[in-house]
Design a protein around this ligand. Structure first.
Ligand code: FES
Length: 647
């Protein structure tokens, strides 16, 4: 007879084990991460698993609850005292008695909005960099003069198989008090990360300590977004955001670099501002999640290179000019106390690597989330702000670049542009025969109209156009013939409709005749053309580098991707031709990537390795940039075909 076959989900790892093997041990052996704080004493409850019942013919397994040993005394006691949800078992206290399919519950689910399809949920498997380990020590003995700390290390080595343990210095003067308070039972938090780093005891509590949390944070130049996550269950406990207080030193990145160059304490002021904001947010998510700051043991931060450097206290001046040298491009792992972050005294901070001087840890995190390096297909991840960061490739090769798109896509430098707020036009349709527009407006209910679009009327209270709608307005103007392929507003139409207005030597399209009057001017069209040509040129250079003329998948990250309709992005030629079903908005992919790195240290190794292999292209230095850029000024493009659009 052969040993029972055990399959762990969702990892899919499997193996044969002798009857009587403890499920937790089997998981360990296969490298399936199952939490265990109490070390199998059936007191922490963190090792819960679920047996899937049924016939899994594909795997040759018939799994049933009674293929697991019946509940023993320890598990019964846990159930009585703490309760066990239906179908859950303690893997440390049950043994394998037959073929099994075992579900390891993963609470972390990130969802990406898939355009035209249902939301796609993705599970992050956990393997955090910090582990809680409960141990019980013998009382000290005069005849064995080994120090308390040394005996603690010895126990951790014996019960938890750690070797060569280090101790965070601040624990040296606390260890004796904690051991006695816990009556020789203590929980140690052990940080183990990186192939060469020694495991380190970073925190210590008397008795069983059953809480450990982490922070995943995306520092954007305008907003900071943060998640508070349980490292033991993977559950996102609270999420919050705040605006980046560095805005008062300069609206965009380059003005912040100039602030540093012009002001003696500029760098310090901006570093302090962003760290204070992070601390405030930590306080906010802790309050919301009812979590003690002291239980935060690990944090992951991502940001563009300038945010990354300022957060670390590094002068970003070099990033403001060629050759855009990063002070440090590799991943950074430091104690949180060195960054003035208030959490547990031993908490750690990890920053993802930066890809290049313009393509930061945020792009690395977005790439980790979307995973072009995990695909056979050619996949592009693009995040558009005042710069576009583009990562393109597949499992064989990945390239990256940034392109200066300017602020037009965010609604700046557009005559009637405004941020997305009530009163802003967010969707537009223009009738091809009458050239009359219809709208959707933020905060105005137009759903009574047949397709949710309202006729233009002064009552609508329109105040401007938001960034995402500008793309749509100009695409609709193009589709209805108001503007030509070259982006010129056709003045001859003024005879046909009062919506075409003369504006000096050029023409404008009157979108809304109210107060204020909303027009799309020739300059607005030009600003969008310049932005989109820069974006497309960056993408195209990367495609040429890889020798491809077609992209299989496109992930649009960030706010831009969330609000823009991919069809219109393609009509204008912002993005290359692609099957529209394979273009998706992925939301805050950088934030999700940070979450992945927080919850699973293998993801840290994955992105560190990927980034070292990414080939970077400096778009401004490419001799072909000008040629591609000029062709990309046309709608959708002077030379490149868009067969998917024709369908
Ligand atoms: Fe603590 Fe199973 S490991 S209850």
């Amino acid at each position: 007879t052969t040993d029972p076959l055990v399959l762990f989900m969702p990892s899919g790892k499997r193996g044969r084990f002798a009857k009587g093997t403890v499920v937790l041990d089997a998981a360990r052996e296969l490298g399936v991460y199952v939490e265990s704080v109490c070390g199998g004493r059936a007191t922490c409850g963190r090792c819960q698993v679920i047996v899937q019942e049924g016939n899994f013919a594909k795997h040759g397994i018939t799994s049933a609850n009674d293929h697991l040993s019946a509940r023993g005394a320890k598990e019964e006691r846990y159930e009585r005292v703490r309760g066990l949800a239906d179908g859950r078992r303690l893997s440390c206290s049950s043994t394998i008695e037959g073929d099994l399919v075992i579900d390891v519950p993963q609470d972390t689910v990130i969802n990406a909005q898939v355009v035209r399809k249902a939301a796609l949920d993705r599970v992050i498997e956990r393997n955090p960099a910090v582990q809680l380990c409960y141990v019980e020590l013998d009382e000290p003995d005069m005849h064995k003069p080994l120090g308390d700390l040394d005996r603690l290390k010895k126990m951790l080595e014996q019960d938890w198989h750690y070797h060569d343990l280090q101790v965070a210095p601040h624990l040296l003067h606390e260890v004796q008090k904690i051991l006695r308070k816990g009556e020789w039972g203590v929980t140690a938090a052990i940080h183990r990360d990186g192939p060469t780093a020694r495991p380190t005891i970073i925190a210590l509590w008397p008795g069983l300590h059953n809480e450990a949390y982490g922070i995943a944070c995306d520092i954007g130049s305008t907003t900071i977004a943060m998640h508070l996550v349980s490292l033991l269950s993977g559950r996102i406990v609270a999420s919050s955001g705040a605006s980046n207080p560095q805005i008062r030193f300069g609206e965009d990145l380059m003005s912040r670099v100039s602030y540093v160059m012009m002001n003696p304490n500029g760098r310090e002021a901006m570093t302090t501002a962003v760290r204070e904001a992070a601390n405030e947010l930590i306080g906010k998510v802790c309050a919301e999640g009812d979590v003690a700051r002291d239980d935060i043991l690990d944090m992951v931060f991502v940001g563009n290179p300038i945010m990354h450097h300022l957060f670390l206290g590094i002068d970003p001046t070099e990033l403001g000019q060629a050759p855009f040298a990063l002070a440090v491009s590799g991943a950074v792992d430091v104690p949180a106390s060195t960054l003035d972050l208030s959490a547990n005294a031993g908490a750690r901070v990890y920053l993802l690597p930066c890809i290049a001087g313009h393509v930061g840890a945020d792009s690395a995190a977005a790439a980790l989330c979307e995973g072009p390096h995990r695909q056979d297909e050619m996949m592009m991840v693009v995040d558009v702000g005042t710069n576009a960061e583009i990562v393109l490739g597949n499992r064989d090769r990945v390239v990256a670049a940034s392109s200066p798109t300017g602020p037009a896509f965010e609604g700046a430098e557009i005559s009637s542009g405004q941020r997305a707020a009530p009163g802003a036009i967010e969707r537009v349709r223009i009738d091809k025969d009458t050239l009359e527009p219809r709208f959707k407006i933020i905060g105005v209910d137009t759903w009574s109209d047949e397709d949710g679009f309202a006729e233009a009327s002064a009552q609508l209270g329109v105040t401007g156009i938001c960034g995402s709608a500008i793309i749509e307005v100009i695409a609709e103007m193009y589709l209805s013939g108001v503007i030509s392929e070259d982006g010129v507003i056709d003045g001859a139409l003024a005879d046909k409709t009062p919506r075409i207005l003369q504006n000096g030597r050029t023409w404008s399209y009157l979108l809304h005749d109210g107060t204020p009057r909303i027009t799309v001017t020739q300059n607005d069209v030009r600003a969008i053309q310049l932005g989109k040509a820069a974006l497309y040129a960056g993408i195209k250079l990367l495609m040429e580098k890889l020798g491809i003329d077609h992209v299989d998948r496109i992930s649009l990250a960030g706010a831009f991707g969330t609000f823009i309709d991919p069809t219109y992005a393609m009509v204008l030629g912002l993005i290359p031709d692609c099957d529209l079903d394979k273009v998706k908005a992925v939301g805050n992919a950088a934030g999700h990537g940070a979450l992945m790195a927080l919850l699973n240290r293998d993801h840290r190794r994955e992105i560190e390795d990927t980034v070292t292999h990414i080939e970077k292209i400096e778009t401004a230095l490419e001799p072909n940039f000008q040629r591609i850029f000029i062709n990309a000024m046309a709608l959708p493009n002077k030379v490149d075909p868009f067969p998917f659009l024709a369908q």
